[in-house]
Design a protein around this ligand. Structure first.
Ligand SMILES: *Cc1c(COP(=O)(O)O)cnc(C)c1O
Length: 366
């Protein structure tokens, strides 16, 4: 089976450096929030070109703590797409705020700025903008709307670590950038992990306090915080993998380029935004008879998948109760037609060829 993502292959590719990193932590005798986390935070902020990075326990926590650090809470509305990992929406509700769902641009699958401006209400205080599949959202338009309406901008970069918009790394354009190091992400740990990055010293300080019981270096809770710490093992492994991220993302782009070239005549390939350096966390195509094609490809040993088979507002926990849920036609159309093809740095040229020929054969026979 050719998997659509393969974190195990990633670990094997960098195995010696990861083994060394693990041994270093085991021997240090210090396992949570220590030197490795501090070093990773410094190296990750430097890689992105921003001042501060704060390690947390997951991408979901990164989003929730970022919202709290920006002063968002009960009574506030936060605009977000419904076409995203459900974590984006869960994080907004974790802080007691209300998600305000906004439709997508059907070409790039990121939030439609025109729909955002139309949806904003006097209670809207922030927007979570998702760089979906590794592609930057339309940031100039979103930042302009945010300025006009006084919205904080939270970038959900969980699928876009290393991506850029007009040359700047994603996560450094808004007030805060939130990252996930879930194993399948472009920069993945071997467990859960996440980070928030910001140019603001005050926001970084607030995040450091919120992630550890609201302490301020004194073991006294000054605000009601949580336990969302990054552990030393994950940080050390992330430090081993970070220097390879750009090369890994380049390899994803090469694979995407080959899919583009050899599949564009038979189905709708991803459309790249010219300002965006797309890092292809996922390679998502679009076709009419999607469910049958996913099944047929799986029958041929190709791990085709769907991201996501249901938008957030269509899932039982959220169904029809979220603001804006009735007005998402492009989201609902896309969800019925999208299909994810295998893409990860270690995917071989032969495997890419096998995916392409399986699709071409199935489409010719359909
Ligand atoms: C993975 C993901 C998250 C959540 O990250 P976790 O580390 O799994 O909590 C949030 N948003 C998006 C868009 C994601 O893909």
């Amino acid at each position: 089976m050719i998997l659509f993502s393969n974190p195990g292959a990633q670990v094997q590719a960098h195995r010696a450096e990861i083994d060394q990193a693990i041994a270093r932590v085991l021997d240090s005798g210090w396992y949570v929030l220590g030197r490795e986390v501090e070093a990773f935070e410094r190296e990750f902020a430097e890689y992105l070109g921003t001042a501060h990075a704060v390690g947390v326990n997951s991408g979901t926590d990164a989003l929730a703590l970022a919202l709290r650090a920006l002063g968002i809470g009960p009574g506030d509305q936060v605009a977000a797409p419904s076409h995203t990992a459900v974590a984006t929406i869960a994080a907004i509700e974790m802080v007691g705020a209300e998600p305000l769902l906004v439709d997508i641009d059907p070409v790039h699958y990121t939030m439609d700025p025109v729909a955002l401006e139309a949806a904003v209400t006097p209670r809207t205080r922030a927007v979570v903008i998702v760089h979906l599949y590794g592609q930057a959202a339309d940031m100039d338009a979103v930042l302009g709307i945010a300025r006009r309406h006084g919205l904080k901008v939270v970038e959900d970069c969980a699928q876009a670590t290393g991506g850029r918009y007009k040359g700047r790394r994603l996560g450094t354009l808004g007030d805060v950038g939130c990252f996930s190091f879930y194993p399948t992400k472009n920069l993945g740990a071997v467990g859960d992990g996440g980070a928030v990055v910001t140019g603001s010293e005050a926001v970084a300080q607030s995040l450091r306090s919120l992630r550890e019981y609201g302490w301020r270096g004194d073991r006294i809770s000054h605000v009601a915080g949580v336990n969302s710490r990054l552990d030393e093992l994950q940080a050390a492994i992330l430090r081993a993998k970070l220097p390879h991220l750009d090369a890994d993302n380049d390899r994803r782009r090469v694979i995407a380029g080959r899919y583009d070239a050899e599949l564009s005549s038979v189905l709708s390939i991803p459309v790249r935004r010219s300002e965006s350096h797309h890092v292809f966390h996922l390679y998502v195509v679009r076709l009419a008879d999607r469910d049958a094609m996913v099944a047929r490809l799986r029958g041929r040993g190709i791990g085709a998948s769907i991201h996501y088979a249901q938008a957030a507002h269509q899932q039982p926990a959220y169904e029809a109760r979220l603001a804006g849920a009735g007005n998402l036609p492009q989201t609902e159309r896309a969800v019925a037609e999208i299909m994810t093809l295998p893409i990860y740095p270690e995917l071989s040229d032969e495997e890419v060829g096998a995916v392409i020929s399986a699709i071409r054969t199935e489409l010719a026979g359909a």
